[in-house]
Design a protein around this ligand. Sequence first.
Ligand code: ADP
Ligand code: ASP
Ligand code: MG
Length: 415
Amino acid sequence: MRTQLVVQKFGGSSVANPERIKRVAQRVVDTKRKQTHVVVVVSALGDTTDELIELASQISQEPPERELDMLMATGEQVSVALLAMAIHELGEDAVSFTGAQVGILTDSTHTKAKIVDISAHHRIEQELLKGRIVIVAGFQGVNLNQDITTLGRGGSDLTAVALAKALKADVCEIFTDVEGIYTADPRIVPQARKLSAISYDEMLEMASLGAQVMQARSIFVAKRFDIPMHVRSSFSLREGTMIQKTAKSMEDIVVSGVTLQRDEAKVTIRDVPDRPGMAAEIFKELAAKGINVDMIVQNVSREGSTDVSFTVVKSDLPATLRVSRSVAHRIGAGEVTTDEEVAKLSIVGIGMRSHSGVAAKMFEAMAHERVNIEMISTSEIKISCVIRKIHAERAVRAVHRAFGLNHAPMRRKHT
Ligand code: ADP
Ligand code: ASP
Ligand code: MG
């Protein structure tokens, strides 16, 4: 039988301080001593990436993205070196690498680059055969010009999945500060339940719709190459959640999770002439600037014009405003307004394909809380609503409860 190969990824909270780094080292060493080859991917310590971005903002409001990548990538370089030292302290041999050293080749889209190849994975394999533990810096790669790139926030998950694919790992374990994937963010819904398994499709939707526990792109890659993933706690030995292919039993569950996204803003272009081609004019120009538009609503036409509203991620707002104002002027539309006090609440579940009345139940739960729905969008396995941000957490808890996802309450002891 061939020796097992596991990729273990530890997130920022798991390596936030020296004590935690030592605990991670112990866990990795324990795995290695079970006759397993271990490749470890680590994120930057704690909130380092946020702190680096904040530091940059004190120098420049719009720093060149190449330089931002150069800066952000330093975070992971600190953690790989410290973890290697901690493993040496425990008497095992470990070697740390940057993304560039193991040939994580990406395109040139700085701050959200895509991995195109891992050209030096044989280097990792050679080190493993020497009995070493290999530690790779998450979140970073290098483009064809040898410039350092980063893979988008949460990108260490993607590094782990891509390495699991390149090395044909038996499993990719994602260690984090919760015990797995829950029916909702446990910080918002304390009664949320841990799922023992979730399909790639549901996890992809949940991640894209605000469940920050996994980076969406990493799930896309895991699904494409059918890489089994196990999301679990770095603070306990309990089993977490398997992310895997759809199993028949999963379809009986109508809603698997409720998510909340708070980083979108609503943009409204008033008095757009109600003529063919106007929507095309607006959205073509936004697309040309690389702006991803999410939900779109066009109001009922009155006196030959209509209001068009759509949402974009907040970081795209300045560019969106520039483009929208210039198009509005050209096509003879009215003013462009923005609203950052919105949030998007979504429910996700592959069981929706075969059950009816799901939307009605969601809307009813919100109506009961007197939460107004401003925009709605649906797809085969999700329903999203834009609501006021101040009501968001209360609405998530109400919807979570309405679909029966809460933990069974603890029984009170009879005395
Ligand atoms: P790491 O530093 O390990 O990458 P993250 O902060 O990226 O950790 O992700 C873990 C956090 O994701 C948890 O602390 C939790 O609050 C949040 N989260 C949001 N939605 C979910 C969910 N559905 N299940 C589990 N955790 C979730
Ligand atoms: N350190 C990076 C971030 O905070 C990558 C990661 O943690 O996955 O986004
Ligand atoms: Mg993360």
